[in-house]
Design a protein around this ligand. Structure first.
Ligand code: ADP
Ligand code: MG
Length: 265
């Protein structure tokens, strides 16, 4: 994404932001609340159309990036929160993600389910493998609403992974997770980068610093820093942005402390 501008009404949510996720890398997107992280994430998944700027994917400029075409483009995402279909079992939810042409809505998701028994069986097997990778296979027959939040998040991630995307987009995947669960998530992200690239929007700094190869820092819709975790951590502009954001004195420690920002998910 190059030179991305987004205006909502008169408000500039993003001004001239450029982010390139390199193949096989985890690219982190961080910044204080309201910085524009979710907006940029939504540009990357076609939910927000930039006012101007270029989106290039697999060497081709995407003139209209449509959310319903993401899976067939080799891109998968999880949204802030969970977003599972409550009327489907865990396994069915993951199967929907496996479908190459799966669409965003519930009804199109139903339509997208395969018709032949053989397709159905293969899809089921792939979905079970994804659930197993996320250590959630024992919940296959359950309904999402009956499961603890961290398990629902694992299922949502399995649904994103099952299509074997080339690019995985994650918006605040660690929100609501315990320290241990966050560590597991970090390991999982590192374990999938061999197979895909990841764009990670996250405000848990320790996770971002640990798993990202490169980081872009946004503040008030502008890019204020970019580089390796060490470079970004040492950048005075970054510290300043987080200090300016601090509501409580402790917030300034967000860059180095494990539990920074957990409560404003
Ligand atoms: N749909 C929208 N309509 C109007 N303003 C929006 C919309 N979405 C986000 N904004 C504004 O854009 C800015 C960036 O928001 P957002 O991308 O959600 O930030 P972040 O995810 O970094 O907290 C904020 O000022 C927010 O109020
Ligand atoms: Mg956000």
């Amino acid at each position: 994404m190059t030179g991305i501008n987004v205006a909502f009404g008169g408000v500039l949510a993003l001004t001239d932001v450029s982010v390139t996720v390199e193949p096989g890398q985890v690219h982190g997107l961080i910044g204080p609340n309201g910085a524009g992280k979710t907006t940029l994430f939504n540009v990357a998944c076609g939910l927000v159309r930039p006012t101007s700027g270029r989106i290039v994917w697999r060497g081709e400029e995407m003139r209209r990036l449509q959310p319903s075409k993401l899976t067939s483009l080799g891109i998968a995402r999880t949204l802030q929160g969970v977003g599972l279909f409550p009327g489907m079992t865990v396994l069915e939810n993951v199967m929907v993600g496996a479908h190459r042409h799966a669409r965003a809505g519930f009804f199109s998701a139903l339509v997208a389910l395969p018709t032949s028994d053989k397709d159905e069986r293969l899809l089921r097997e792939r979905a079970m493998r994804a659930l197993t990778e996320l250590n959630a296979e024992r919940y296959a027959g359950r309904y999402p609403g009956s499961l603890p939040y961290p398990v629902q998040k694992r299922v949502a991630l399995a649904r994103a992974l099952v299509s074997e995307p080339e690019l995985l987009l994650l918006d605040e995947p660690a929100s609501g997770l315990s320290e241990d669960e966050m560590n597991e998530l970090g390991e999982l992200i590192r374990s999938v980068v061999g197979r895909m690239s990841v764009l990670l929007v996250e405000h848990h700094m320790d996770l971002v610093m640990r798993v990202c190869d490169r980081i872009t820092v946004l503040d008030s819709g502008k890019q204020i820093a970019a580089g390796t975790p060490a470079e970004v951590q040492a950048d005075p502009a970054v510290t300043e942005a987080y200090l300016g954001d601090a509501v409580e004195p402790g917030d300034a420690d967000e860059l180095t402390h494990a539990d920074g920002g957990r409560n404003h998910a």
